[in-house]
Ligand binder design. Structure first.
Ligand SMILES: [Fe+2]
Length: 295
């Protein structure tokens, strides 16, 4: 095995060399990538010219692919990519950039808020894998924040305060913070808030992290303004520049991140020009806390 990983940020993020993701991986390569993910939380692979099928095959080494239903407002007939692929481009089915007024475009702007993918699901995502097929000429960096560092550097009183808190996450909270407040009954049911622990422990490393996301809009048992101020403070702390890695995309980069350990956001770019980014998502295996039983 010729795989090697070099840390490229003071607190996290590894750059991987010596692997070809278009080919089936050997078991020792899979274990090395997984161990790298546990340690660095974000791995960067350059020059990986992969098809959607190859991206899905690589992703399945780490678990089942997440069912994308319930995570967006794009109608099935408007989807550009096959089932199993999450389209995080700015393109419509015709391959052209979405119009300014497109509701799908406006909804997708929520990806510019710090978040953890699928924190709005009862079983939230494990890994996300993002492949850059067409890079936008202006902006469009993706930023990652290490939520273990965010947790480790809290003062003891704040650690004690947040230890057992449970948040409510919904796409309606993140989009609501951008002023998108109108949803159909069907969307409201689909985006019903779910509960997540605010502090979670990584199953392999045992490290604790803050499980923050712009989808978090409430804390169980706390008045809403108090909860939101606390969440804002924690977000501000956890996304301080020293905990953030900025990824400037090159075509055919593949970046893999562990949603249990990092938050991420995309920065603004020229929406008149294409940005074709394709994500696969590896499903998590357990909820972070019990849900409220529904009648
Ligand atoms: Fe995301």
């Amino acid at each position: 095995m010729s795989l090697s990983i070099r840390q490229i940020h003071p607190v996290f993020v590894g750059e991987v060399a010596g692997i070809d993701l278009s080919k089936p991986l050997a078991p020792d390569e899979v274990s090395a990538v997984e161990a790298g993910m546990d340690r660095y939380a974000v791995l960067v692979f350059h020059d990986q010219k992969i098809t959607d099928e190859q991206q899905m095959a690589f992703s399945r080494h780490f678990g089942n692919l997440e069912d994308a239903r319930g995570g967006n407002i794009t109608k099935p007939e408007d989807k550009r990519l096959q089932v199993g692929m999450n389209d995080v481009s700015n393109l419509g089915r015709d391959g052209q950039p979405l119009s300014r007024e497109s509701r799908v475009r406006l909804f997708n702007l929520g990806n510019m808020l710090w978040h953890s993918d699928s924190s709005f699901r009862t079983i939230p995502a494990k890994y996300s894998l993002l492949s850059a097929r067409v890079v936008n000429p202006v902006g469009g960096n993706t930023e990652f924040a290490d939520m273990r560092a965010g947790y480790d550097t809290l003062d003891p009183a704040t650690k004690a305060l947040v230890e057992d808190l449970v948040c409510e996450h919904s796409l309606m909270y993140s989009r609501g913070s951008l002023g998108m407040l109108d949803y159909s009954d069907e969307e409201r049911a689909m985006f019903r808030p779910v509960r997540q622990r605010l502090v979670r422990t990584h199953p392999v490393s045992g490290r604790k992290s803050l499980y923050l996301s712009s989808h978090a809009g409430a804390i169980v048992g706390m008045p809403t303004p108090e909860a939101r101020i606390l969440l804002r403070d924690l977000n501000e702390h956890a996304t301080r520049p020293e905990f953030v890695y900025v990824h400037t995309w090159r075509p055919w980069d593949l970046v893999v991140w562990d949603n249990r350990q990092v938050m991420h956001r995309v920065r603004r770019y020229d929406e008149g020009q294409p940005r074709d980014m394709r994500r696969t998502t590896v499903a998590g295996d357990a909820p972070t806390t019990a849900q409220v039983p529904t009648a």
